[in-house]
Ligand binder design. Structure first.
Ligand SMILES: Cc1cc2nc3c(=O)[nH]c(=O)nc-3n(C[C@H](O)[C@H](O)[C@H](O)COP(=O)(O)O)c2cc1C
Length: 430
């Protein structure tokens, strides 16, 4: 049996370790150990705590010159945004989804006023170093922006945070979750007019040392730089969607959606995100109940903005194990959007690191799909409990290298949602 200690592949093996790891742990999602708890929140004892206002101010962009100027950004990136009466109790909903709600990621921020760690529970920053480390941190990136970024967001994973529940599969979830954070932060920074760039290629050891990490337990998985370039014509529509995005806990109404809605979601979600690596990930749509689209699998062609028909007759429920919760959700949903990528071609260029890069890019796309669907008034549920072989048969890849990395079920939310109470004053109530 492959030891999960091999992950995250500190000794480069040109893809061999990643292939072995994926064969053993990459799929299917194992039965979750419901008795296993999440790890306790990470706190830096003794660090000065900079409290942020909560609820945060209305969205007014990002002011990286002070901690408070980041309050709304951080709440929308990783904070609590609603009280939810579900799962047999009352809980705090977070701005982004996370596999199994485990939230294995930690968010660090480098700005002029210092290097900080974000505490989502109390909505505060821990000041780790009161120095301006932006140039030093940018110097660890393989393809740093030409001028010093205004702000750096650094995303780590705590390696053992979800393994008690998911076993080795938890590592793949960590990479997907990293991508979700990168996708959410690039949408936020775009809305703030600060040109975002996602970095997956860097000297993780040096970055880890700057952050003071015990790198046997926690490593940097992605960095998003903001600016210094300013984007013109930034639109803030995505901000009002963020507090509304949630996984449809009570499922989907068994109802049709329109082809035009699917195309609008795909069009928006597949807009290029600037990154220091090219993932080549693409999206297929398994249509069950989409008016104007035949039942079956269709490939989205970004250039023409059209869906090209592929395998006919398949529906989203066939992505999942018979009798599973996934199958029920797949039956109810109008369609499933499949994020598809190629493991093999990337190992040749990036070695084992590719496993993480590709899964992160699937997380970016998954989150962008979820936000775009929310914008069209539809519900979106990211899922990784599909059976990869069944899903791969649907995309009918001739050279067999492409594989389904993530699915997002789309449809109308069943109209008996778990009661929720929004905590943020930026909802537009539409
Ligand atoms: C990478 C990823 C994989 C997920 N996989 C599943 C899944 O297989 N089944 C499921 O019911 N939910 C899945 N979810 C949804 C989470 O359970 C959900 O995001 C989390 O409980 C937080 O709830 P929220 O999305 O409503 O904020 C996944 C989410 C992410 C980000």
């Amino acid at each position: 049996m492959t030891s999960t200690n091999e992950y995250p592949f500190r000794a480069e093996t040109g893809g061999r370790s990643a292939r072995r790891f994926h064969a053993e742990y990459g799929s299917p999602l194992p039965t979750m150990d419901l008795a296993a708890r999440n790890t306790a929140a990470k706190v830096h004892r003794g660090a000065e705590v900079l409290p942020l206002s909560y609820p945060p101010p209305m969205w007014n962009g990002v002011d990286p010159s002070s901690a408070e100027g980041l309050s709304t950004l951080l709440a929308l990136l990783y904070g609590g945004n609603r009280i939810e009466w579900s799962r047999g109790g009352v809980g705090l909903g977070r701005s982004v989804p996370s596999g199994g709600g485990a939230y294995p990621g930690e968010v660090y921020v480098a700005a002029e006023f210092g290097l900080c760690h974000y505490l989502p529970g109390p909505h505060a920053l821990e000041l780790l170093r009161p120095d301006d480390l932006r140039s030093d941190l940018a110097g660890c990136l393989s393809r740093a922006p030409e001028s010093r970024p205004e702000l750096l967001l650094l995303f780590t994973s705590r390696h053992d945070s979800n393994l008690a529940r998911y076993g080795g599969f938890g590592h793949r979830l960590q990479a997907l979750d990293t991508g979700v954070l990168a996708g959410q932060s690039s949408a936020l920074l775009e809305a703030a007019g600060l040109r975002p760039r996602v970095h997956g290629l860097f000297d993780d050891d040096r970055l880890g040392k700057y952050l003071g990490l015990d790198q046997t337990a926690e490593t940097v998985r992605a960095v998003v730089t903001a600016g210094p370039d300013v984007l013109s014509g930034a639109t803030t529509a995505v901000i009002t969607r963020m507090p509304r995005r949630h996984t449809p806990r009570s499922g989907f109404a068994v109802a049709e959606i329109d082809r035009a809605q699917v195309l609008a979601v795909l069009d928006e979600a597949t807009e290029a995100v600037e990154a220091d690596f090219t993932s080549g990930a693409e999206v297929h749509c398994v249509a069950g109940r989409v008016s104007g689209l035949s039942v079956g699998c269709h490939r989205f062609d970004g250039a023409s903005g059209e869906l090209a028909p592929g395998l006919p007759g398949v529906t989203p429920r066939e992505l999942f194990a018979a009798g599973s919760f996934g199958e029920l959700a797949g039956f109810e949903a109008a369609c499933a959007l499949l994020v598809v990528g190629d493991y093999e071609h990337g190992y040749a260029t990036h070695g084992d690191l590719w496993y993480r890069l590709l899964n992160s890019s699937a997380g970016i796309l998954g989150q962008r799909i979820a936000l775009a669907a929310t914008g069209t008034g539809l519900a979106a549920g990211i899922r990784c409990d599909f059976i990869v072989e069944q899903a791969d048969r649907m995309i009918r890849d001739e050279d067999q290298d492409r594989s389904v990395l993530l699915t997002v079920l789309i449809g109308h939310e069943r109209q008996v949602p778990a009661p929720t109470y929004s905590l943020l004053p930026i909802e537009d109530r539409r």
